[in-house]
Design a binder for this molecule. Sequence first.
Ligand code: AMP
Ligand code: MG
Length: 422
Amino acid sequence: MGSTPLQVMDFDTALKIVLEHARGLKPLSTERVGLSDSRARVLAQEVRADRDQPAFNRSTRDGFAVRASELSAGTLHVAGQVRAGQNWPGGEIADRACVEIMTGAPVPEGFDAVVMVEHVELKQVERGETSITLSAGRSLKPGENVVPRGAEARNGDLVLGAGTPMGAAEIALAASCGYVDVEVFVQPKVAIVATGDELVDVGVEPQEGQIRNSNGYALKAMVEEAGGFGGRLEIARDLREEVRERVAQGRMWNLIVFSGGVSMGEYDLVEEVLAEYGAEFFFTGVKMQPGKPVVFGRLPERTSGSGAGPECYFFGLPGNPISTQVTFHCFVEPFLRAMGGGGLSGPRFVQATLSEDAEGKAGLTRILPARLTYDRIRPEVRVVGWQGSGDLAANARANCYAVLPDGVERFIAGDVITVLLR
Ligand code: AMP
Ligand code: MG
């Protein structure tokens, strides 16, 4: 039993507490990376358009640049062609004339619309020249099929703010504005500490009763997905001295995430050792299943003695692998995203329709491995069969978690429920 008082919260309160602390985090330092290396990093600068976008009135179709009123009134003579990457050589274009134009090409001065090639009748006239008329039933209004210069962004406009996570869409936009490299936040360094006498490293043959430290790997993968840098410290046996040592090492990083050692057993030492270091605990349990013993707190700055170091937040996650993963997604992931400069947002919840009945539990929010079908019209989710919170095989057959809130005993096929993405 830990020496810290039990502070068991309901799920929403616990999440609120985590987000409140996330809001108060000081920004980390920044570094410059090549644009192609900025994927999954968080922008620490503004990105601004370096010219109007588009930089000219751009045709969105293959067809003919025209004056809409003239085409509506009759036949137009084709006076030339302009391709993407070219500019109309200039010069006034006569009345009742048009210019053949390709998608992405600049619409010559004086024209106000582009008619699609599929919407006109082409006629060969004398000396190999061509004329066009609108096909029957077609019409054309001024502005059609033309994106005016600067309509997407004006020169100097802010197009990406600091705090934006960089994905393909953001990288493409920065590239279009001429950014060869960008300033991003340094990734938070997360010390991953697996505790337990039963654990061996993944490359070691487990003896009777031993298990492999799969959580170390799961946590590193999840930390990296959430924009952090994860480092596995050596496994800590359930010995005070070893846990103390890992705390002393881990607190030099930005965040410590423990797996195991936070339940009520005699050998669950993580909270006790953290308390020795003067830790504040914001909660020491959450009414959820799996994941009930999850702990969140902070080590105060210590200037001297063993375990000296800066202020450092920590999470203690229960050791059962599915408990570890669920509590990570619910609490550590939003915290880490905020720590990495990505702003405040909760876990990634969406809604889907249950395709099979599911059991809730009085007094607990259940967050169970589930399978979501990404259907365009009606995404459906069902809880997968499992042997409890150690069942990694079932968890890998799932692709999300079904959230079954406290207070409802039975969820019925057809109910719309919350799904936690992972
Ligand atoms: P604990 O939370 O320390 O009581 O651990 C609960 C159970 O989780 C243990 O009995 C192990 O079966 C499992 N477990 C603990 N740590 C790990 C780990 N690092 N990797 C995989 N399973 C673990
Ligand atoms: Mg343990």
